[in-house]
Write a protein that binds this ligand. Structure first.
Ligand code: SAM
Length: 198
């Protein structure tokens, strides 16, 4: 098996890392939800050596993630957990969480389940980063994001680019506050939340 490869990950990994180095400065363990190819984890973990990076995804992606992990040879990079957002999460209390390009793939019900999982497992003062494209007041931030949304919905009507305000509201119910909404290259954003209430 060849390592799975995402050109988007190659393009966005350095700008995302620059944000994570700031946001996870005092974080000890990050749970990544939906690690995908494993490329992000293999790039981030050696560059955030003060923390443990826990990969996770549905089992179908584990072999590919393992290939990237073997190549990275990084002691602080942990093999993938089987974590389905909609099932109980097999984790304890990581003080950081990261997910990229997952909330527009899963259904709205699973987006709600995502925040339920965050609420259950992210301790007070924990940091959450969500990277991807979002809508604001019903508007896409670019024509290419509108086209991407149409393509997603054609493939799976339950998927689609999410409304930032809806995510912020779900986060608030889960005890999190939006700290920053950082504009990223290629019409993406990085939403940074902190757990401020139990
Ligand atoms: C578009 S990919 C993003 C992968 C990677 N984070 C990236 O940025 O390239 C979406 C990911 O969400 C994962 N995913 C889909 N449904 C999921 C679920 N119910 N629970 C956990 N992960 C899920 C997929 O397996 C896939 O890895």
């Amino acid at each position: 098996m060849n390592k799975p490869f995402s050109q988007a990950c190659e393009n966005n990994k350095a700008p995302i890392l620059a944000q994570l180095q700031r946001i996870f400065k005092n974080t000890e363990q990050v749970l990544e939800i939906g690690s995908g190819t494993g490329q992000h984890a293999a790039f981030f973990a050696p560059r955030l050596p003060h923390l443990l990076w826990q990969t996770s995804d549905l089992p179908a992606n584990h072999d590919g993630i393992e290939l990237w992990l073997q190549e990275a040879q990084c002691d602080t990079l942990l093999p993938p957990l089987s974590l389905d957002i909609g099932e109980p999460w097999p984790v304890s209390q990581p003080d950081g969480m990261f997910t990229a390009n997952t909330l527009h793939i899963v259904s709205e019900a699973l987006v709600e389940a995502f925040f339920a999982g965050v609420s259950e497992h992210l301790p007070l003062h924990g940091q959450l980063c969500i990277y991807g494209p979002f809508k604001y007041q019903g508007q896409f931030t670019s024509a290419s994001n509108a086209q991407f949304d149409a393509m997603l919905k054609q493939r799976d009507p339950r998927s689609g680019i999410r409304e930032q305000q809806w995510l912020v509201a779900l986060a608030k119910q889960a005890g999190l506050t939006l700290i920053d909404d950082v504009a990223m290259p290629a019409n993406n954003q990085l939403l940074h939340f902190e757990r401020t209430k139990r």
